[in-house]
Design a binder for this molecule. Structure first.
Ligand code: HEC
Length: 203
């Protein structure tokens, strides 16, 4: 019985976290594609989802805050892990993977002269652009995120590595994507949550 309750709690937590992630992602997409709306959609969403414990999943980035304080040089160092397959220079060649100049903001699977997997082509059919959040989730575990991708790379487990890398990647472009306006409320909610969870007495 006690076990059952615990599993209920865990599944509830995961469900809540996934929901929160979806909603936050939607909000980030709106921000990325357009000027920031007067009232960002995700601020409300985060408040609504904050009740659900996100114990099993790390809190998603708040791009306006996280990109502004990211370590671009550290991100460039992380890009060494990609360099065996990707060239990042403007007009550079395709290698094992496609050239990644300007990839943030680019339509997935669209770089000229590269033979993408059908998995990536399918993904492209339902994804307008590689925005920060899509790249972030893809890099965490490419094969998990796009099942059947031919990018055989295990992924970057650390949230910090991915954010720093994306901050650097953003600059490898003739017209870097905009950094959304920071949303201190959302960032604070994300930061405060683990502390609040930790303070909760064990059930
Ligand atoms: C072992 C080789 C390899 C490594 C290492 C690798 N990639 Fe890839 N990458 C690929 C291949 C191959 C594809 C094409 C995937 C497909 O068509 O399914 C790809 C595709 C991508 C795409 C999609 C590009 C587009 O045009 O849609 C991005 C973004 C990307 N890689 C980023 C990275 C980053 C960032 C790293 C380092 C953290 C990395 N990759 C490491 C091989 C690799």
């Amino acid at each position: 019985m006690k076990d059952e309750l615990r599993w209920n709690k865990i599944f509830g937590g995961i469900l809540g976290a996934v929901l929160l992630l979806l909603v936050v992602r939607q909000g980030a997409e709106v921000l990325f594609a357009t000027k920031p709306p007067a009232t960002p959609g995700y601020a409300v969403a985060v408040a609504a989802g904050a009740g659900a414990a996100a114990e099993a999943v790390e809190t998603p980035p708040e791009w306006g805050t996280d990109l502004a304080k990211a370590d671009v040089a550290a991100g460039e160092a992380v890009s060494q892990k990609c360099a065996s397959c990707h060239n990042f220079a403007n007009g550079g060649p395709n290698q094992t993977g496609p050239n990644l100049w300007g990839v943030i903001g680019r339509k997935p699977g669209s770089h000229a002269g590269f033979a993408y997997s059908s998995a990536m082509t399918d993904f492209s059919g339902k994804t307008a652009v590689w925005d920060y959040q899509h790249v972030y989730e893809f890099l965490a575990g490419p094969g998990n995120y796009i099942s059947g991708t031919k990018m055989s790379f295990v992924g970057l487990k650390k949230k910090e590595d991915r954010i720093n890398l994306i901050a650097w990647l953003r600059q490898q472009s003739s017209s870097p994507a905009a950094i959304p306006a920071p949303n201190p409320a959302a960032a604070k909610a994300a930061d405060a949550k683990p502390a609040a969870d930790a303070a909760k007495p064990a059930a």
